[in-house]
Design a protein around this ligand. Structure first.
Ligand SMILES: [Zn+2]
Ligand SMILES: [Zn+2]
Length: 313
């Protein structure tokens, strides 16, 4: 039996939040929709991902879920099916202040079930947001959480965004190739008393973003590149597949995107078994492959210490 007594916010430990004023992203899940290893697959990447003696390989990747921390506030950006396992790996209890869902694909949404259960036990504690057009799709997937006549537990993300600590989270619509469209997150910390501002975007599921959209959403306010870009690249090279069948950028294509090249740091995520993170030597300085539980510091590009060696995993 479970009940409210086991789920009260009192169980949130302060050691799960930043006591300083830094902003970070922790990528709990960095795999594509099917995860790595594919359970049916014997390729070299999947074999390495399975690991040895119970220790996972470097290519073990779960589905998308990302923690944004700003000071004492925490948001969860997407909640894939492995979200519970990702939260269970943290050193202590954590209830995000807000959860955002980018689009209603299973690999970004199915973990929301656990969170909606929590929201029911602790009303008002957990705010869930999605782009307005995605809210009814979530309601169709979790009908029990949307009783008739009630507003439901998921709010539309307002155009001006939602503050999480010092960071403003907004969502913008992006093409998702054969899968229609998705949304990406724009994150901004305005410059102010707390120090330098920065701009970042988390674009996990997109392909073919038109230049006008990139100009609007994938540049810093002054027109320079973003300080941080987290970009989904499911495969290293998908040029063999017809463009009409693809739904996410590949690494080869990402390296040619002007707005990606202009970013201060680029973290490639949403990686399938078509990417081997042991082979990252071809990535330019400032670019790296993500791995589950990677923490990325969100700062102004100029404030970042020296070239990061981390692209050589
Ligand atoms: Zn996805
Ligand atoms: Zn998707």
């Amino acid at each position: 039996m479970s009940g409210p007594a086991q789920n009260t916010p009192d169980h949130v430990s302060p050691d799960q939040t930043n006591s300083d004023q830094t902003d970070t992203l922790t990528l709990l899940g960095t795999g594509d929709s099917k995860g790595v290893p594919r359970f049916w697959c014997a390729c070299a990447v999947c074999a390495e991902a399975r690991g040895v003696n119970g220790q996972p390989g470097l290519n073990r990747r779960t589905r998308t879920a990302t923690l944004l921390r700003s000071g004492a506030r925490v948001a969860l950006l997407d909640a894939g099916p492995d979200t519970h396992a990702g939260l269970a790996r943290l050193s202590g209890p954590l209830v995000p202040d807000a959860v955002f869902i980018s689009h209603a694909h299973n690999d970004h949404l199915l973990g929301l079930g656990d969170l909606l259960d929590y929201a029911r036990f602790a009303p008002g504690r957990l705010r869930v947001y999605a782009p307005p057009e995605v809210v009814p799709q979530i309601a169709a997937r979790f009908p029990y959480a949307f009783p008739a006549g009630e507003g439901g537990p998921v709010q539309p993300i307002p155009p001006q965004g939602v503050p999480v600590g010092e960071v403003v989270v907004r969502a913008f619509r992006v093409p998702h190739g054969a899968n229609g469209h998705s949304h990406a997150y724009r994150l901004d910390r305005p410059a102010g008393a707390g120090g330098d501002g920065w701009s970042a975007a988390v674009v996990t599921d997109a392909i073919g973003i038109p230049p006008g959209l990139a100009r609007e959403w994938l540049r810093a306010p002054g027109g320079a590149g973003l300080d941080t870009l987290v970009l989904g690249t499911s495969f290293e090279d998908e040029s063999g597949a017809p463009l009409t069948s693809r739904s996410v950028y590949d690494v080869r294509g990402a390296l040619r995107l002007p707005w990606a090249r202009a970013a201060g740091q680029v973290v490639l995520t949403h990686l399938s078994h078509g990417v081997d993170v042991r082979r990252a030597g071809h990535l330019p300085p400032g670019w790296r492959y993500a791995h589950d539980d990677l923490t990325v510091h969100l700062t102004a590009a100029a404030a970042r210490p020296g070239p990061s060696p981390s692209h050589n995993l």
